[in-house]
Ligand binder design. Sequence first.
Ligand SMILES: Cc1cc2nc3c(=O)[nH]c(=O)nc-3n(C[C@H](O)[C@H](O)[C@H](O)COP(=O)(O)O)c2cc1C
Length: 232
Amino acid sequence: MTKAMVINGSPSMEKGLTATVLSPFIKGMSDAGCEVELEYASRLKIKPCACGEMYCWYVRPGECCIQDQMQALMPKLKAADILILATPVYIPLPGAMQDLVNRLCPLINPVLEYRAGRTRARFRDDVQIRQIGLVSTGGWWERANMDTVVRIAEELAEDASVQFAGAVLRPHANLMKVKGELTSDGQAVLDAAKRAGFELVSQGAVSRETLDAVSRPLISEEELRRRYNQIA
Ligand SMILES: Cc1cc2nc3c(=O)[nH]c(=O)nc-3n(C[C@H](O)[C@H](O)[C@H](O)COP(=O)(O)O)c2cc1C
C-alpha cells in the first residue's frame, strides 16, 4: 500500500485554512488506497538546524546531532512513498515549517551530482520517498503570489532527485468561508481538493483541470483589494 507523510506547517494547525483544504485532499488520498499520516510542524517543536558543520553529512552521515521530536519523525518520513508539505504563504514559510524543511537534510545522501547546470543529490537508500507535493493557501488574490513557496517544494524535490507531484494552491483562501461558514464556492474548492488527493494517488499526478478548480478565483482582484483596504 502507498504511504504518505503529510506535514502541515500552519501555526493555526487544525483550525487554519490550510487544514481546511488539506483535510479533503487527505481524504481523497485515503479513498484512493493510500495510508496517510499527518503531523503539524508547530506541534512537533522542531529545533532549528544548528550543527553548522553539516554533521548529518560529513560527521555522522544520516544522523542529526539535535535530540528532539525529529528523531521520531525520521523513520516515518523514510517509510513514506509520498511527502506532502502543506503550508500557508508567510513570505514565504512559517518558521516552524522552515525549521522542519532544513532538518530533512539527514535524509539526503552526501554525494553531489551536477545535472543541467545545477548541483543536486539523492535521498539515502533507506528513504522510500519518490514524490514530493505541496498544498498551500494564501490570503492575496493571485495564484502567482505562491510561486516562491512552490519553488521551495520543487527545489527540494529536485535536490533529492524525486518527482515533484504538483502544487495544490488556494489563493484568497479566506473567501471559502463567510462568518466561519463554508460557502457553496468554498465547498466546490474542497470537492476539487479531494479529487486532487485521489488523482495524485490513483494516477500519480493531479490533472490541470483539478488544480485550476482548487485555485479558481472566488472574487475579482479589485473587489478583494477593496475589502482588504477597507479593514485597514
Ligand atoms: C506573517 C504572515 C505573512 C503572510 N504573507 C502572505 C503572503 O505573502 N501572501 C499571501 O497570499 N498571504 C499571506 N499571508 C496570509 C496567509 O497565507 C493566509 O491567510 C493563509 O490562508 C493562512 O493559512 P492558515 O489559516 O492555515 O494559517 C500571510 C499571513 C501571515 C500571518
